[in-house]
Design a protein around this ligand. Structure first.
Ligand code: ATP
Ligand code: MG
Length: 249
């Protein structure tokens, strides 16, 4: 294989294309267990029947771990939104429909969202009183087992030239409450500095899934705290501010 076309470059990984294949190559600094976990999540989600790139191989290229999957021809929803601002509403509609489709699936072997978030809250820089409040609130949330993407944003969806959507990037996938996944997407839009789009997205999500906005809001501090653990310093500050807000309506 000769992966010489770079599709995307990230802090600790590079994504290449070689013909029908796509290789996500991780730096040596990347924990092996995280890479294998991402591949395992992807393999498990494949079994739900969702449209995702299939894993072909997990291997080492020049001493670096790599996940090889099918290359998906097309543009990400993010690219399409940037190129056609007049079609934003149409794309946002599609984006929420895809998230609804993900949330309609079950995948009993995925890690539980509540367990993952309890661990993350313990790892935050928040004081013990706030952590206690967040742990208690999380424990009181209803038990759900929907497939949650965990990083659902428009750059993780590719639309093929025929208009078929594929969902990428399953490293954060869990099973749990759909409102938590919506809270995460909302915060991702906010972190990108687009509060207006975040609001528009959440309104549409609540309408299409018949979810109360207050219910998503109740998740917001929990999700923000969990997300703060690996964020860069500016993101961390923004998220920790959210994590401290308990009366947000
Ligand atoms: N199977 C694939 N086929 C085509 N393009 C892909 C594929 N996988 C990844 N890409 C391209 O590479 C980009 C990054 O891939 P991916 O989202 O899997 O990595 P990531 O490091 O988790 O990125 P991010 O942190 O931005 O979410 C995608 O937005 C897409 O443009
Ligand atoms: Mg991605």
């Amino acid at each position: 294989m000769k992966f010489d076309t770079v599709l995307a470059e990230r802090k600790h990984k590079v994504i290449y294309r070689d013909g029908d294949l796509c290789a996500k190559v991780f730096d040596e600094s990347f924990p092996k267990s995280d890479i294998l976990n991402e591949a395992l999540n992807q393999a498990r989600v494949e079994e739900t029947g969702l449209n995702i790139p299939k894993i072909e191989e997990v291997t080492k290229i020049d001493g670096k771990w790599a996940i090889i999957s099918d290359y998906i021809e097309g543009k990400t929803l993010q690219e399409l939104m940037d190129e056609n601002p007049d079609k934003l509403d149409e794309y946002l509609n599609l984006f929420v429909d895809i998230q609804k489709d993900i949330l309609s699936k079950k995948c009993p072997l995925l890690k539980r969202l509540k367990d993952k978030m309890q661990d993350k809250i313990s790892q935050t820089d928040l004081d013990a009183t706030t952590r206690y409040e967040l742990h208690t609130r999380l424990a009181s949330m209803k038990k759900h087992s929907k497939v949650c993407h965990g990083d659902f944003n428009p750059s993780n969806v590719i639309i093929t030239p025929e208009g078929v959507p594929y969902i990428l990037d399953w490293s954060h996938a869990t099973q749990g409450n759909g409102a938590a996944d919506a809270a995460r997407t909302y915060l991702l839009f906010c972190l990108k500095g687009d509060k207006e789009l975040a609001e528009k997205y959440l309104k549409l999500f609540c309408e299409k899934t018949d979810t109360a906005r207050q219910y998503v809001n109740a998740w917001m501090p929990i999700v923000a705290a969990s997300q703060s653990v690996k964020g860069n310093p500016e993101e961390r500050e923004f998220l920790l501010n959210w994590a401290n807000v308990f009366d947000y309506q």
